[in-house]
Design a protein around this ligand. Structure first.
Ligand code: NAG
Ligand code: NAG
Ligand code: NAG
Ligand code: NAG
Ligand code: NAG
Ligand code: NAG
Length: 321
């Protein structure tokens, strides 16, 4: 008993002095929040677990807004390059980091073992996501407003991480949307932690005017060998626009998985790698109610851009349902 307590204590100490990870950009809420700003460590890289709503939503940083002119531009049909790091000092924005410049190329966490970004290696990466709310006033955004529009399933691995922006993203109201970066890491490299870093964003080069569909709560439907489920249950998936995974907080969860079976931004929740091209109001002709018992298959609308790039199509292979 005593040795267990000592072990837990030591582990906590190690976790405290080391960092986790966040996207960094001047467009974010909490850009200059340091370990001292709050009574507890609420730097953007600090994980969010068992927090009440005001603590986890926008990372509790709504009172630390970006300058109005600092906006992250999202080119429709192009790539948005983010910087993700354990330490602001390891990003291009090191100048306002208390520890100064500690950059090391593409290294997410300079001078730290990879367990620090919660993976045992490349094959253990679980992905992260960018979500968007078509509201320019962040105070009016509620959790049901965010739609995941891009996923990088091999995140967090490099500081510079690309996200492909769906070609059909429409313009933002008043030239401004509200976005957030979300991450939940593998269960075998640390505790049940959520990450949310919000930022001002804007879609550029839009060619479509079709709005996004109302985002639904994602469902667990992919193969899950770590939890004894060898085959995907694709009729159980949520198709089309999906909300982020709100998990393991004291309030306002939409995910109720246990600590050892986290929800992830990958095929497990039908988040394909890359742009989420089926999130628009006209993406599907029909989406049946999801169920583990296969009934009907969602019918994709034959929009030319979707036919060319729509990854969901591949799942309708016989024998997979
Ligand atoms: C962050 O800090 C830097 C350096 O002090 C300052 O120039 C910048 O305006 C600050 N940004 C915000 C959003 O407060
Ligand atoms: C943003 O929304 C809040 C909450 O509804 C409101 O109090 C505030 O006036 C709005 N700001 C602007 C610039 O419209
Ligand atoms: C994920 O980010 C890496 C590093 O920037 C990039 O090489 C890869 O293409 C990205 N994946 C997707 C699906 O965009
Ligand atoms: C957002 O993008 C639109 C279209 O390119 C542009 O007109 C607008 O000025 C941009 N807004 C900001 C804040 O950059
Ligand atoms: C279907 O999805 C629900 C909601 O995520 C999940 O609880 C259940 O385990 C899933 N069932 C199968 C067979 O995938
Ligand atoms: C969060 O949950 C509380 C308690 O259930 C509820 O009163 C509140 O409306 C929720 N907030 C949002 C923004 O959904």
């Amino acid at each position: 008993m005593i040795s267990l307590a000592v072990f837990v204590f030591t582990t906590c100490l190690v976790r405290q002095v080391t960092a986790h990870a966040s996207m960094f950009h001047p467009s974010m809420w909490g850009f200059n929040v340091t370990a001292q700003t709050f009574p507890y460590d609420n730097r953007p890289v600090a994980p969010l677990t068992n927090y009440n709503f005001d603590q986890w939503w926008f990372h509790g940083h709504l009172d630390f807004p970006p300058h109005p002119s600092d906006v992250f531009q999202l080119p429709a049909g192009g790539a948005a390059t983010t910087e993700i790091s354990c330490d602001k000092g390891a990003t291009s924005f090191f100048a306002s980091s208390p520890g100064g410049d500690v950059r090391q190329g593409d290294n997410v966490c300079p001078n730290q073992p990879i367990a620090e970004f919660h993976t045992t290696g490349f094959d253990d990466l679980k992905g992260c996501a960018l979500a968007i709310a078509y509201k320019s006033n962040a105070s009016e955004v509620v959790p049901e407003d965010f739609t995941v529009f891009s996923v990088n399933q091999t995140c967090v691995w490099t500081r510079f991480t690309d996200f492909q922006v769906p070609e059909r993203m429409p313009e933002c109201p008043n030239g401004m949307c509200t976005c957030a970066w979300f991450w939940i890491h593998s269960a075998d490299s640390g505790g049940e932690q959520n990450y949310m870093t919000s930022f001002q964003c804007n879609v550029t080069g839009a060619t479509s005017t079709v709005a996004l569909a109302k985002p639904q709560v994602p469902r667990r439907c992919g193969a899950d060998p770590d939890n004894g489920k060898q085959l995907a249950s694709l009729s159980n998936c949520t198709y089309g626009a999906k909300q982020p995974l709100y998990w393991f907080q004291a309030e306002n969860n939409t995910m109720f998985e246990g600590a050892h079976a986290p929800p992830f931004y990958n095929d497990l929740y039908n988040f394909v790698d890359g742009p989420q091209n089926d999130i628009f109001a006209d993406s599907y002709l029909q989406i049946p109610n999801p169920s583990p018992v296969a009934t009907a298959i969602p019918l994709l609308q034959l929009v030319p851009a979707l036919v060319a790039t729509q990854p969901v199509v591949r799942i309708f292979k016989p024998g997979l349902t």
